[in-house]
Structure formats: C-alpha cells, structure tokens
Design a protein around this ligand. Sequence first.
Ligand code: SRM
Ligand code: SF4
Length: 568
Amino acid sequence: MSSEKTVEEIKRDSHRLRGTITESLLDPVTGAFPHDDERLVKFHGSYLQDDRDLREERRRQKLEPAYGFMIRTRTPGGVVSPEQWLKLDHVATTYAERGLRITTRQAFQFHGVVKRELKATMQAINAAMIDTVAACGDVNRGIMAAANPHESRAHASIHAQAAALSKHLSPRSRAYYELWLDEERVAGSGEEDEPIYGDTYLPRKFKIGFAIPPYNDIDVFAQDLGFIAIIEDGEVAAWNVTAGGGMGATHGDPLTYPRLGSLLGSIAPDQVIAIAEAAITTQRDWGDRVLRKHARLKYTIDDRGVDAFKKEVEARSGITFAAPRDYRFIHNGDRFGWVQGENGLWHLTLRIISGRILDGEQSHLTGLREIAAHLLNVNSAEPRPEFRMTPNQNLVIANIPDGERTHIDALVAEHGLAIHETASPLRQNAIACVALPTCGLAMAEAERYLPDILARFEALLATHGLSDQPIHFRISGCPNGCSRPYLGEVALVGKAPGRYNLMLGGDHRGQRLNVLHRENIDEAAILAELDQLLARYATERGNDEYFGDFLVRSGVVVARALNLELAA
Ligand code: SRM
Ligand code: SF4
C-alpha cells in the first residue's frame, strides 16, 4: 500500500509534487487526503488537519474527524500591499475559520478550509498575486527579512534580496500551477528539471533569514542559513553568514536539540544567491535521508563539522568567505508605535497577540480592512503604503505620509488595535505558536492559553514591583519550537495537557539558548517557581540587568550555548 512508502519515496514518485492530488480533491467520500497526497500537498503550502476539540465527540459518533486544511502563504519578508490585504481578508472571511493568522516567519495562515473549497481558496489567494508554493515541505521555506522600519534604504534592498532569493530557490515544478490554477499540462510535465533540488528535493525543510543589526527580530541564529547585513552609509556593504540554526527537538531524545547558527564568515553584497544555493545543495547531498528527525542542516553540520561544511560551500559557490565583519545585536523583539524612516515616511507597528487577526471582542479584522481600504486611496509617491508582518507575529503599517497619521490613528483606536499603548512589556513581546485546536502535533495549549498565563505572570510581576520589566516569554504546545521558545528568557514547552517544561535563561538578542529548568509541571508549579525567581530578581538584579541575564549570572541556570564568539 502506498501509505507504507517513505517520504523520500513519495517525493521521488510524485511526478514533481503532483501525486494524485487532483483525484483526491474530487473524492467526495472523505474530507481528507490519502497519506501520500497529504505529504505532497505540503509542498503546495497546505496541511491536512482536523479540529482536535471535536475529535473525541466525532469518534464517539463514528464520524470521520472534522478535517480542514491549513494554508500558508509565501510572502518573502512578510510584505503585502493594501490591495493584497483586502484580497486575503476576503479569503479569510469567505473560506477560513479564525481569521487571518500572522506566523512567526512573516506569512499568513488560514485554518479550517474544507477540501471541497481548497482549490477555490488557493485560486483566491493567487488572485492577490500571492502564492503558497514551497511555504511548507522539504524545500526552502518562506524567507524572512527584518521588519524594523528605521533604515528605509537598507530595508528596501534586503526585501528585494529576500524576494529574489525566494524566487531563485522555488521548485521549478509546474505542479502548483497545474493543480490549483488549471495551467495546461505540456510535454515534459511531471519530469521538469529541478536543478537545485533534484528528484527528492531536500531531506527536510530549510529556512533562511536576513537581519539588519542592531535588531535581530528575525532570530537569525534560529535559521538554517542566516544573513546579517553590514550597513555602511545606509547601504548593505557585506553580509555575515550563519548556518546550522534550528529549534526543533523531541522530548527525551538527545539526538535532537535546538542549535544556534554558526558564523561562517562574510561575503560581498552580490554573493547571496550563490552562497545560498551552495549551502542548499550541500544539505541536499549531505543531509540524512533516512532519519527525518536528524535531517536538518544543524545535524549535518554537527556531524561533519562547521569547517567541512564551510569548505564545501566555498567549493560549490567558488566564493571564499572573508573574516566576519563586526556587528552588534541589541534586541530581537519589535518596537511599537510610530517611527519615522530616514526617507521621511512613517511606520506604525501594532501589537497583534499571537498574530491572530479576528473580529471578536474587538473588531481587529474589520479595522485592518478599513485601514487597507483607506491606504488604497492615499495619494503618495513611491514607496507606496504597505503592510509588513513581523517575525514576532506583529504588523507594521509602513510608508505612511505624515498627513495620513491622524486618520490611521483614529481607525486604530476605534477598532481596539492600539494594544501596544496599554499592554505590559511582557505582553508586548510574548510569542505563542498555534497549537490546539488545529496543530496535529500539539501536546498542550499555546495560543489559546497565552492571555491567561500572561495575566497570571503579570500579577506576579506586579507583586514584585517588576511590571515594567520587558521579560521575553515564549510558549509552544510541543518541543518543535514554532514560537522559537528556546530563545526566550522564560519559555513553556508543552509536554501534556496543562503541563509544560519550564525553560529559562535566553537573552534579549536571540544569541543564547535557554535551558530546561523544571520538567513537566503544571501552572501552579510554574507560577510558584517564577515567584521565587522574581523575588530574587527584584532585590539582586544589577542595573538594567535583564531577567535572563540575571538567571545566568546568578547561577540559577547554566546556559548551554552561550555562543560567546558572537556576543559583540
Ligand atoms: Fe512550525 C511543524 C506552525 C514556525 C519548527 N509548525 C508545524 C506544523 C505545520 C505542525 C505539523 O507539522 O503538523 C504547525 C501548524 C500549526 C497550525 O495549526 O497552524 C506549525 N510553525 C508554525 C507557525 C504557524 C507557528 C506560529 O505560531 O506562527 C509558524 C509558521 C512559519 C511560516 O510561516 O513558515 C512556524 N516552526 C516554526 C519555527 C520558527 C521559525 O522558523 O522561525 C520553527 C523553529 C525553527 C526550526 O525550524 O527549527 C518551527 N514546525 C517546526 C517543527 C520542528 C522542525 C524540526 O527541525 O524538528 C515542526 C515539526 C516538523 O517539521 O516535523 C513544525
Ligand atoms: Fe504545533 Fe508544536 Fe509547532 Fe506549536 S510548536 S505549532 S504545537 S508543532
């Protein structure tokens, strides 16, 4: 039976990612896909899920699970125009449940799309000139780029670089266009040359990001391949390159672990594509094709050594890395409210809790729709107003002429979107992954639990007179690490319903992994532990000392990977 095939076999036999997806879409008997097509549809940006809140009840009623598809966009650097926003809003309100969801990699996700509407939804997304190709699957994923809006010229150039690289690394297969957009099949269809990926694509997902110091909002050290811009006179003068970052782990399996990227050296501004292609093809050829848990680049690099990997990338690209250039990160979060870019235009960063944009207690979806509609008519030269999703699941309304700020502020206030003005620093910076009810891998709540745990954490901070402390808190429903929890000063990693591993000791720059402090504890134990530590922090901390740094200095935790060579 085909479901016994390995993922490698499924990819190889898929006719370049087509499989039998067309037939599976037409099968009226089930809301699901057969196993092989389920694997393949990921390469088209979609996951088969089921509503886990309803699982038990449906089982009792002898019904199949409440299947729905998640769809993720490919939006390099997280930029969309107001026109695109309105079209994506239409997709969310027409086909999906739970609104628009900004992800930790600057994409949108739609949840709960039923199979019979999957194709129409894909087409509606494409009508916004946005596709979902390679948003998931064993390929290069959505490329991240700094969202911090200060340095306008550098931003424009790294966004253009992210988009160009994303295009270069996209699969050449026309499967997406045939299956979803009814492109006609031509001779050779199903056998397209895949010069970068080959017949079986990559052993595992691959992630790339571009950072602009001093802000590390993209968490560059969590990327398989990271580019750190060295800016001179407002332009990118060089890139430092990192490789082998990643967060995913499995509870109790020491073969798996989070890892910070290693600094390989620096390259010239125009060498990004050659280096990225060489790194990807090296991982294609060297990565583990047997054990998927061990197939990320971080394990390849640890198995072969950083130097061997670096030399191979140099040989394949014909580029020799120069010594790393000096740089300094100060922060990996977002800066909220209005800031003016060097080109005189204004940018407003809004806090979106867990990236979820819904009409609920507040009319956030409606508010942003009205803002997008207004921006369509703003009379301004290039660069035009746009939306930028941030890697911390927030939203920047960018390139706004001075005269438009009052109107936007009014819409923001009317629709309760000014969360950043009142939220505690803890709440402003917290990140939660999606987890239940859609994520099939979730062991515990994350996004839905975030407001409650934040309220309790805030109460503790208030007790100790620490309400103004910007503690970075991250929560994931399982150890895969989608909220990049291993970089949080305080993090909860789901173990079972209501139970988490308490991780402590990350920093504010995304340069230090936290460590396991208490395993498999419930909320009462989490709060009791934090209570004690915050009491010490309140009295023993140094001037301006962050909580994570305090925990390390005072020996409460021994940070596992200080990555000292990077700490400028
Ligand atoms: Fe993730 C799997 C959601 C960013 C590491 N991730 C999943 C799946 C698709 C579950 C599944 O495989 O069935 C989740 C879908 C949940 C849902 O219902 O929507 C999921 N990941 C997410 C998002 C939506 C989290 C969020 O709250 O925003 C993020 C989408 C990013 C995007 O737009 O592409 C997301 N995932 C990440 C990140 C953060 C990052 O990339 O900066 C990581 C850690 C970095 C890394 O890759 O090492 C991450 N996701 C994983 C892993 C562990 C991979 C590993 O190396 O072991 C899995 C599980 C897997 O691949 O087998 C996973
Ligand atoms: Fe799902 Fe785990 Fe990722 Fe959270 S961290 S979205 S629970 S895979």
